[in-house]
Design a protein. Structure first.
Length: 146
């Protein structure tokens, strides 16, 4: 394990209930692999859906975005305390499997292109080696206002 949740919180501004990355498993200059433990007490399961809890696809995409942010802040930004990473486009998103309480969402994001303050990435989230979600997205590095 490269980072636990406390180390992740030093990089990302997200906090519970919106911090969706629990652990960084692998990271190099262009790729990161993270883990999200999906628990029954996640707040979103109260309404999505009662009696059949399913992690919303948009939160799976957000978990991939946060994973990409960790990579970018660690490898692409000189002063991470002074920058935020924000989505500028979600070009493709595909959902192939429900994510339910008890699942471990393994997230693999890699950078496909960087131009100035914009980074293109592709991500895949799996549960038990089955693809749950795939995205192609672009993010921008912007100044964090104090």
């Amino acid at each position: 394990m490269l980072m636990d949740v406390e180390q992740i919180k030093k990089l990302l501004p997200h906090r519970f209930p919106f911090l969706l990355v629990d652990r960084v498993l692998e990271m190099d200059d262009e790729r990161i692999v993270t883990l999200k433990n999906v628990t029954a007490n996640e707040e979103f399961f109260n309404g999505h859906f009662p009696g059949k809890p399913i992690m919303p696809g948009v939160l799976q995409v957000e978990a991939m975005a946060q994973s990409g942010c960790i990579l970018m802040l660690e490898k692409y930004v000189d002063n991470p305390d002074e920058s935020l990473i924000v989505f500028s486009a979600i070009n493709k998103a595909k959902f192939k499997r429900n994510v339910i309480p008890g699942d471990q969402l393994k997230i693999d994001v890699h950078i496909t292109n960087q131009r100035r303050n914009f980074v293109s990435m592709e991500g895949e989230a799996t549960v038990d080696d089955q693809v749950a979600c795939q995205i192609e997205a672009t993010a921008a590095i912007v100044p964090r206002e104090q």
